[in-house]
Ligand binder design. Structure first.
Ligand code: TMP
Length: 219
């Protein structure tokens, strides 16, 4: 049974680059590593509808914090079987965004913090009702909002398919989301968290994950 690790962070934090480098280091070292990105664009109608809504489609759908979070949660609910297959076939499974994204962005939209009602609603919905596996470890890539926004905008001009959405455009939301992520990390919400800085060396991080896996099983 593999160890489930979720990487979290603001839009433009650099999660995808970090996952790529960590996976390469671990697989070169002989570990079986599985990955999955949420939202599952192109494979889940819920993910696609959520993305379209954030780009202005579907009337007032994106105005509802709970409706948007429900779409992201339903995307994950459809991945329960895939997650259990990945965990059965790999030593480590690394996720680019997971349930904490819903907790952090939704709470931030409602001007709530990590110990408020919305995070409890997400916990009950996704882990209790939908039966999603709890991550063994959560990583928060803590990057300054200005840097993350600059990268998200740069990505937009480099790749027409990555147009900036309503969440990415809203600097106040990004800032509050970062605060909720830090709350979740400080309270070790659901499982232990490690907070990573922008200059985190992927090889060192990967080495620490290997060590955890070998020496202790779970952190
Ligand atoms: P993405 O930028 O990683 O494609 O995700 C789209 C946006 O949706 C991003 O601003 C983060 C947000 N989001 C949630 O609010 N809840 C979720 O569960 C996920 C996966 C993403």
């Amino acid at each position: 049974m593999g160890t489930l690790i979720a990487l979290e962070g603001l839009d433009g934090a650099g999660k995808r680059t970090l996952v790529g480098a960590v996976v390469k280091y671990l697989t070169d070292g002989g570990l079986r590593v599985g990955t999955l990105d949420f939202p599952r664009y192109g494979r889940s109608v819920h993910a696609d509808v959520a993305s379209e809504a954030l780009k202005g489609a579907h009337g007032d759908l994106a105005n509802s914090v709970h409706a948007m979070a429900m779409l992201f949660a339903l995307d994950r609910s459809g991945a329960v079987g895939e997650l259990s297959d990945l965990l059965a076939g790999h030593d480590l499974v690394l996720l680019d965004r997971y349930v904490a994204s819903n907790a952090a962005y939704g709470a931030a939209r409602l001007h709530q913090r990590g110990d408020d009602e919305f995070v409890g609603w997400v916990t009950d919905l996704e882990f209790e009702r939908f039966g999603l596996p709890r991550p063994d470890l959560q990583l928060y890539l803590d990057v300054p909002v200005a840097l993350a926004q600059e990268r998200a905008r740069g990505r937009e001009s480099a790749d027409a398919s990555r147009t900036i959405d309503a969440y990415e455009r809203d600097r106040g939301l990004q800032k509050r989301t970062g605060e909720v992520y830090r709350d979740l990390a400080a309270e070790d919400w659901i499982s232990p968290w490690w907070v990573l800085t922008p200059d985190t060396d992927p090889d060192t991080l990967a080495e620490n994950l290997t060590f955890l896996k070998k020496e202790h099983g779970t952190p």
